[in-house]
Design a protein around this ligand. Structure first.
Ligand SMILES: Nc1ncnc2c1ncn2[C@@H]1O[C@H](COP(=O)(O)OP(=O)(O)O)[C@@H](O)[C@H]1O
Ligand SMILES: [Mg+2]
Length: 324
């Protein structure tokens, strides 16, 4: 039996979603192979939630002290969306103390969490991305007009964010200032990006037994203007069609691009690539290296459509990250 630390929480606007993901993994983990522990990590502290109690985690070696006995973890299941779980910080810590973790490594996590840098690398691999400009807090020249480089409508988003928090679709120059303020409230870096009109498709990819596997492509149809926070988490505001109602060759193309990116970016565990399909081409928006795993999330739907149970996928993720 392996002791599995399911880490959840984190310090971003996604912490509640992450707690739902963690609870879901805890619920489905195979008890014949693993003993799961749910651990909430945040700036307020790191605690194991067990039997209605909160046991503090010893940060020097990531252990628990229970009735005078030290409890070690064999592996970490990462369910933290956003910082510090999706941007490489926690991966660096687990690397340093030598505990394997289900998600991508330090460099891949840090690169992919930075939407702007990730788009540049992805573009160099021959995949289309929307034209964009990256702004840093406190360094914007007031005479600089973003709209000389970016057409309207455009998206203004925190460069290191998720769940559409702090994001706006901007239709004209009058709306820019408010959108920038909202995005800078979440992050010191803001990405301004051309709007791409098209269908929203997303593809989950995993490596298991050394093989890269793409799940069925899924279409996101939002009733709101775009796939914003409300559409993501409020019942009935978005429809996720798995598998997407698209031609076989379009679906194959999406899966092939996603598997190629997974391999070239050196991802680990389950990740989800988001695209807008427009003019017969895929425009890469972002990759989620710790995608949502709650009951409402997209990945569980993809996994079931692929014919696996969640229990099976979690076992595969853990077994894969234990391979030396
Ligand atoms: N350039 C764009 N063109 C069209 N829609 C976009 C664009 N950027 C973002 N969106 C919409 O906003 C949503 C969230 O954007 P995304 O970049 O995936 O950030 P997050 O990390 O918050 O999910 C997307 O799912 C899509 O609906
Ligand atoms: Mg997204």
């Amino acid at each position: 039996m392996l002791n599995v630390a399911i880490v959840c929480g984190g310090d971003s606007g996604e912490h509640e979603v992450s707690e739902k993901s963690g609870a879901q993994v805890f619920h489905h983990l195979d008890r014949l192979k693993f003993t799961p522990y749910l651990i909430r990590v945040s700036r307020e502290g790191w605690f194991c939630l067990t039997g209605g109690k909160e046991i503090p985690v010893q940060k020097n070696d990531f252990t628990l002290s229970i009735k005078g006995e030290k409890l070690h973890f064999d592996v970490v299941f990462n369910a933290i969306h956003g910082t510090p779980g999706e941007d490489g910080k926690l991966q660096g810590y687990f690397d340093m103390i030598g505990i394997p973790c289900t998600s991508s490594g330090v460099t891949t996590s840090a690169l992919t969490f930075n939407k702007s840098f990730c788009k540049k690398v992805v573009a160099s691999m021959g995949v289309k991305t929307a034209n964009s400009v990256l702004l840093y807090r406190g360094t914007i020249d007031p005479a600089y007009a973003i709209w000389e480089e970016i057409a309207f409508p455009c998206f203004v988003k925190p460069n290191n964010g998720g769940s559409s928090v702090g994001m706006s679709k901007v239709n004209n120059a009058e709306e820019v200032e408010e959108a920038l303020q909202k995005a800078f409230h979440e992050d010191a870096e803001v990405l301004v990006e051309d709007f791409v009109q098209g269908r929203e498709l997303t593809c989950g990819v995993i490596r298991s037994d050394g093989e890269i596997i793409a799940f069925p492509v899924t279409e996101i149809i939002s009733k709101t203007e775009y796939f914003d926070y409300e559409a993501k988490y409020k019942e009935g505001l978005a429809e996720e069609v798995v598998p997407a109602d698209i031609a076989d060759d379009v679906s194959e193309k999406c899966r092939n691009i996603s598997m190629k990116l997974y391999e070239k970016l050196n991802c680990r565990g389950v990740v989800r690539f988001d695209y807008i399909y427009s003019n017969f081409e895929f425009h890469f928006l972002e990759v989620n290296t710790v995608p949502g795993l709650s009951e409402q999330s997209i990945v569980p739907k993809m996994v079931r459509a692929h014919g696996w149970t969640l229990t099976e996928m979690y076992t595969r993720m853990i077994e894969e990250c234990l391979v030396p």
